[in-house]
Design a protein around this ligand. Structure first.
Ligand code: GLY
Length: 339
């Protein structure tokens, strides 16, 4: 587990956090389901999806540890993943669609219930920041395609080529392997969206997610990530959630909204994530070749995660540490695919 520098980071919430370790406060703040984070329910926290969440968490924590807001933290956090050419499911270096075009989706939501999102954006590596501009500079919630790109240009975002050599090679390989009979053979690998939820020292919540979507998707396909309620959701009085994996299934379940609604009924974040997945199974049956993962955080700072299939990892930063964890899962799937 990484340890962050805790310079100057003494505030009421961290004092409470320390006290909770020694006092009966633990029972007050504990996960009612006895989850793995029981007893660590106060202070800032960041939870994000997949291994690349570790680097994203570091950037988010730098902001939280200086007393910054959850909203700034989630934007700064997922921008790190957008910048990483080795992550082929997000931002710069993301796999393209069937035509070889990198098209990006992202969303962000803050504690006041405001949100912004963009979809089908080409040529801009930080769609999450464009989404934030939509939220803060307009009275719209979502911009797509050419309109979103024009908006980005007007707000000074730099246009650039996002297709890396590695992603292009992956696309060429996929094209070469396409059956002559199929006009569409999407890869169901590689939609490891980075989704992040955060709580700051003031107890406010925010969420963001950003993705290049399913690798080699049909041109124009948009997944769950830019859809508020599917890819992310925040209710500052209740909790926040973010989803990753098969966007089509997450959209049909309103995955992140549903997780927050379960929390509203008093269910812990961990169990809320599980209940969303159970709902998906009720609708879709037990599909052992698809993955959906959720991370969630409650108003009181409890965190949780769960996935449909084995193999979902998430990164949790709190109390100065940053750790990769294996999520609990419902189905032991046929393959170890991470999609
Ligand atoms: N979860 C990302 C996508 O399906 O596009």
């Amino acid at each position: 587990m990484e340890r962050f520098s805790r310079r100057f980071f003494i505030n009421f919430s961290t004092v409470l956090s320390a006290a909770a370790r020694f006092l009966p406060l633990k029972t007050f703040f504990s996960d009612r389901d006895g989850g793995i984070f029981a007893g660590k329910g106060v202070g800032p926290a960041v939870i994000s999806t997949w291994r690349h969440g570790l680097a994203a968490n570091r950037a988010a924590w730098r902001i939280l540890s200086r007393g910054g807001t959850a909203l700034d933290a989630v934007e700064a956090g997922v921008r790190v993943t957008e910048d990483d050419p080795e992550v082929t499911s997000v931002g710069y270096g993301g796999y393209p669609d069937e035509k070889g075009l990198v098209t990006l989706d992202a969303s962000i939501m803050g504690p006041d219930g405001n949100c912004g999102s963009v979809a089908f954006v080409q040529g801009y590596r930080h769609p999450v920041s464009i989404a934030r501009k939509v939220m803060e500079e307009t009275d719209h919630e979502m911009l797509v395609g050419a309109g979103a790109e024009e908006f980005a240009r007007r707000h000074g975002f730099k246009e650039e080529r996002l297709l890396t050599g590695k992603a292009r090679q992956g696309w060429l390989k996929w094209k070469a392997g396409k059956s002559g009979k199929d006009d569409f053979l999407p890869s169901r690998e590689n939609h490891d969206t980075v989704g992040m939820v955060s709580r700051d020292a003031a107890g406010n919540l925010a969420a963001a997610c950003t993705t290049s979507g399913r690798a080699f998707k049909i041109h124009g396909r948009v997944g769950d990530s830019p859809l508020i309620g599917a890819g992310i959701y925040v209710d500052n009085e209740v909790g926040a959630a973010a989803a990753t994996g098969e966007g089509e299934m997450i959209i049909k379940a309103c995955g992140s909204f549903l997780a927050v609604e379960y929390m509203r009924r008093g269910v812990s974040p961990r169990k809320a994530c599980r209940k969303v997945l159970e709902r998906i199974i009720e609708r879709e049956g037990e599909k052992t070749d698809l993955q959906v993962g959720l991370v969630a955080l409650s108003r009181s700072g409890e965190t949780g995660a769960y996935s449909l299939c084995e193999g979902f990892e998430y990164a949790l930063a709190r109390d100065g540490g940053n750790e990769l964890r294996q999520a609990e899962y419902i189905i032991k799937c046929e393959s170890k695919r991470r999609s």
